[in-house]
Design a protein around this ligand. Structure first.
Ligand code: PRP
Length: 224
């Protein structure tokens, strides 16, 4: 086996990569595997947040999707896989290197099926609308552009619940298959943005590890 799970800090690596947990994780591992990287460490039955490939001299840091740009911006990771939605929301000081074309989803405005007309009325009369979201910046920009004032309620997950329980008129959230919206009787009202997974880099690492990062990118098999 070419992985080492016993050490959180193994200095025998040349590249540190932030990998998002959750819905993007599988597509990231698949891309690495298809591109010929050693992905054995991901399949080990472990909750370790640091994984190492001694073959590739890579340290993988497994973190929350919203934290990927933070670790990359602060230099804890040289590069990372990150949704465009998260990049837009955090406005981190990072370099966006590549569109990996995977992890397709959309940020949408949605509301309860039986609430559509009521919300449209509020839109017409510029009434105050409560919007629950884990994307407060994207949501605010979207409604600012429409000239609408909204009360943003910041949540950290399962956003759909906010509409069902009536604390918000609408949600701004990502949808991929559309199943979560459908299963909770919500319908899409507006498309805010499309998102795919991006490869991002720390500004300093991109200069100091330019060759290593370029080699990594060259090996990545990104579909056209
Ligand atoms: C995301 C998003 C939706 C769901 C959409 O949640 O917030 O709830 O996925 O996916 P679908 O259209 O394929 O059903 P996630 O799984 O990231 O969990 P979270 O709600 O805890 O953030």
């Amino acid at each position: 086996m070419n992985y080492n799970l016993n050490y959180q800090f193994n200095f025998n690596y040349t590249l540190s990569i932030a990998i998002p947990k959750g819905y993007l994780l599988d597509s990231c591992i698949e891309l690495l595997k298809e591109s010929g990287f050693d992905t054995d460490c991901f399949y080990h039955d472990s909750r370790k947040l640091f994984l190492f490939s001694n073959t590739d001299k890579i340290r993988y840091v497994i973190c929350r999707p919203m934290d990927v740009p933070v670790y990359v911006e602060h230099g804890a990771c040289d590069i990372g896989f990150c949704g465009k939605d998260v990049i837009e929301e955090l406005e981190s000081n990072i370099i966006e290197l590549l569109d990996l074309k995977s992890g397709k989803c959309r940020v949408v405005v949605a509301t309860l099926e039986n609430n559509v007309e009521k919300v449209k009325e509020k839109y017409k009369h510029l009434g105050s609308i409560k919007v629950a979201t884990k994307y407060p910046l994207i949501a605010k920009k979207h409604f600012d552009e429409k000239g609408m004032q909204v009360d943003i309620i910041k949540l950290y997950g399962s956003i759909e619940i906010a509409c069902v329980l009536g604390i918000a008129d609408e949600i701004v959230d990502i949808t991929a298959t559309g199943n979560t919206l459908k299963d909770n009787n919500l319908v899409e009202m507006e498309n805010v943005m499309n998102s795919t997974t991006r490869l991002i880099a720390n500004i300093v690492s991109y200069r100091t590890k330019f060759k290593i990062i370029k080699q990594f990118i060259k090996k990545l098999k990104v579909s056209k």
